[in-house]
Design a protein around this ligand. Structure first.
Ligand code: GDP
Ligand code: IMO
Ligand code: MG
Length: 431
């Protein structure tokens, strides 16, 4: 490892996603043996840039880009086999080795089915003004079926073809009735779906494993494990800005149920936060800058969704929100990303408190009605100019940039041990 971290690491987003988790997990993986995805599905989009090549993963752990690293898709993920195989085919076509030798998938992982995607789209289109702005990847309906239990399909079920046929005929026939009434949708063909998923089952079989058991073995063998969080604390279904969240436990807290890792086996929780804020989809966003500042950040930071290409909403750094995430997840150190994007602004604003109905709120409130009304209290810090992406030591950064980092560290309450100043592996400063 970099000499910075001892023991296993969980990487988790501290804002509303897209903090650069993919880049940082890839960076940390240089000295890791295993990378584990434990929550969410193909709604995630993690980018890595290696030697000028850019890759975006939705389901595959980014450890696939490091030869010799084992990758696990754990039980907490909802897996869309269509996306999985598309991703495997794309990357292997580009020379990345992916096989059952370096990828294992939990038999407990739930599947995203075509009717989940249809329902996600149907609900969003019918929501009229109260849509969540989902990625329409079927995530919410897949997790809902997991909780319903009798209508869920797991990876293990793909391996029992006759039972799968029976269950699909029943589930799809029932869904078709509901979709017709609610969304006036044409019926889905369960026979065709069965054949497609039967073939996925045959293809996935060599990858299927008991990943929780594998993890326990790896822990006994003192292998270095990096847990690749998807989404972020503020999108967590329990602790995020509900209902404008995703449907999984995607704060660092979800790593235990999502993977089967014993709590004491992960001493390091590295929070990833960008030097400003972004959000895709609906929901309250107190420091949003729907103006020239927001546009400046969006263009310099290329803030367009990795999964949906939607323009991301952009705003100033919100230290109140991030402090909440830091405390929630027990963050032990922070990586600050995309600092280079802020170059060229005269002044930077940082939200240090919220005013609500005339009073200062004592802490963040993950409640959309309160958040929609709060007024951010800002502190102004001096900006800096020039391209900082070439710096290779923290001390080489302009004095104002160093000051900005130090101020954020104090405000959010955890040490910033890494600073990212570009998408490549080399543009990462260790403090
Ligand atoms: P993730 O979902 O958290 O993995 O983040 P995304 O990959 O969706 O979005 C982050 C974007 O920022 C990607 O395009 C990365 O290549 C890019 N990126 C990551 N770190 C940096 C950085 O420090 N500076 C710049 N300019 N880009 C970065
Ligand atoms: P990564 O891992 C940013 C957002 C969606 C939407 C809400 C619910 O790349 O950081 P869903 O399809 O999950 O039901 O949508 O959650 N969302 C993300 N936003 N980055 C992500 O993942 C996201 N995953 C979900 O935009 O607002
Ligand atoms: Mg992303």
């Amino acid at each position: 490892m970099t000499g910075l971290f001892e023991g296993n690491i969980c990487v988790t987003g501290l804002q509303w996603g897209d903090e650069g988790k993919g880049k940082i997990v890839d960076f940390l993986t240089e000295h890791a043996d295993v990378v584990v995805r434990y929550c969410g599905g193909a709604n995630a989009g993690h980018s890595v840039k290696i030697g000028g090549e850019k890759y975006a993963t939705h389901l595959l752990p980014v450890g696939v880009f490091r030869p010799g690293v084992m990758n696990l898709i754990a039980n907490g993920v909802v897996l869309d086999p269509e996306v999985l195989f598309r991703e495997i085919d794309e990357f292997t076509g580009r020379g990345v080795a992916i096989s059952p030798q370096n990828l294992r998938i939990s038999y407990k992982t739930h599947l995203v089915m075509p009717y989940h995607k249809a329902e996600d789209a149907g609900r969003e289109s019918a929501a009229e003004g109260s849509a969540i702005g989902t990625t329409r990847r079927g995530i919410g309906p897949a997790y809902a079926d997991k909780m319903h239990r009798t209508t869920a399909i797991r990876v293990a079920d793909l391996l029992h073809e006759e039972k799968l046929r029976e269950r699909l005929s029943k589930i799809v026939t029932d869904r078709n009735k509901v979709f017709k009434v609610l969304y006036d949708m044409p019926p889905l063909d369960w026979k065709e779906m069965f054949e497609t998923y039967r073939d996925y089952g045959r293809r996935i079989a060599p990858y299927v494993d008991d990943t929780s058991h594998l993890l326990l073995e790896y822990i006994k063998q003192n292998k270095r494990i990096v847990y690749e969080g998807a989404h972020a604390a503020l999108l967590d279904v329990d602790h995020g800005t509900y209902p404008y969240v995703t449907s999984s436990s995607c704060s660092g807290l979800g790593v235990f149920t999502g993977s089967g890792a014993p709590p004491m086996s992960i001493p390091n929780f590295i929070g990833i936060m960008k030097a400003y804020s972004t959000r895709v989809g609906g929901g309250p966003f107190p420091t949003e800058q729907d103006n020239n500042i927001g546009n400046y950040i969006r263009e310099r930071g290329n803030e367009y969704g990795t999964t949906t290409r939607r323009p991301r909403r952009c705003g100033w750094f919100d230290a109140v929100a991030v402090r909440y995430s830091v405390e929630l997840c027990g963050i032990t150190s922070i990586c600050l990303t995309l600092l280079d994007v802020l170059s060229g602004l005269d002044h930077l604003q940082v939200c240090t408190g919220y005013k609500y109905r005339g009073n200062r709120l004592p802490a963040f409130r993950a409640d959309m009605d309160t958040l929609a009304e709060v007024e951010p209290i800002y502190e102004t810090l001096p900006g800096w100019n020039g391209n900082i992406s070439g710096c290779r030591r923290f001390e080489e950064l302009p004095r104002e940039a160093q000051q900005y980092v130090k101020r954020l560290e104090t405000l959010v309450g955890a040490p910033i041990k890494m600073v990212s100043i570009g998408p490549e592996r080399s543009a990462t400063l260790i403090r």
